[in-house]
Design a protein around this ligand. Structure first.
Ligand code: ADP
Ligand code: ADP
Length: 229
């Protein structure tokens, strides 16, 4: 389960400016579709629409054939795991931040998720915001480490659908590779939508959709899109 379908989706934040002018694509259950395109093309809008933060003006968005207008926001949040560009952590231990993905998870599950995300060495520590209060227990996390906390949280939550928002864009090469392997762990067998700036980061996607001017300019596998030059 977890098939996602955008069917002729029209959307505007402001009636004078159409952002999506009839966008259709399908992500079969367990497959990965990447959405690429220039800044402002509407990539993040697609992720907000899937969570139903806004209602579309025309068309439909379906999960397993069900129109998301008939699904509660709570169920949507349960079904979709999001790894955002920029993760805001709670002022509590990293373990607590991971457990937020599934609050009834036991210690062992938290540990496993942390292992897969390669952050097990610091799960008992606290993010930077608490440093002044807790002295040496404070821990300043880099952007990449915060992202791995978000990945561990999502591994623990194990949602059928994953939304990855330009997850590795702002990182150095070494960190990007570590994050990529953690993301591969979490996306295995899940319906995944990756929002990316560059084609080079989504080589293994089953389909790449290039958004431009409110529509789909091109679509295909990485090899197909590269073949077109
Ligand atoms: P991308 O993720 O491809 O960079 P976005 O989906 O964030 O693009 O934005 C698409 C367009 O919609 C941009 O022109 C952006 O300025 C505009 N936009 C995004 N969010 C809002 C909003 N809440 N209200 C009005 N315009 C918005
Ligand atoms: P992200 O892609 O990480 O969501 P954005 O910069 O696109 O970051 O948006 C940050 C916030 O600002 C979002 O809540 C978005 O809806 C809002 N936003 C983005 N662009 C606009 C805009 N042109 N007008 C109003 N709100 C906007």
């Amino acid at each position: 389960s977890g098939r996602v379908e955008f069917r002729d989706v029209h959307f505007a934040y402001d009636p004078n400016r159409q952002i999506l002018k009839g966008v259709s694509f399908e992500v079969p259950a367990g497959k990965t579709v990447a959405i690429v395109g220039p800044s402002g093309a509407g990539k993040s809008t697609i992720s907000r629409l899937l969570f139903r933060f806004y209602d579309i003006q025309q068309g439909a968005i379906l999960i397993d054939g069900q129109d998301i207008r008939d699904v509660s926001q709570q169920s949507l949040r349960g079904a979709i795991g999001m790894v955002p560009q920029d993760t805001v952590l709670f002022n509590d231990t990293i373990a607590y931040n991971i457990r937020y993905g599934r609050v009834n998870a036991d210690e062992e599950d938290v540990r496993k998720a942390a292992d897969l995300a390669q952050i097990s060495s610091f799960i008992q520590r606290l993010p930077d915001g608490y440093k002044a209060m807790v002295g040496e227990r404070g821990l300043k996390l880099s952007g990449g480490e915060k992202q791995r906390v978000a990945i561990a949280r999502t591994i623990l939550k194990a949602p059928p659908i994953l939304m990855l928002d330009e997850a590795t864009s702002a990182l150095d090469t070494q960190t990007e590779q570590e994050i990529q392997s953690a993301l591969d762990q979490v996306s295995k067998g899940r319906t995944t939508i990756v929002i990316a700036h560059r084609l080079s980061t989504v080589i293994s996607a089953d389909e790449i959709i290039v958004l431009a001017d409110g529509g789909i300019a091109e679509r295909g596998t990485h090899a197909e899109l590269m073949g077109k030059g």
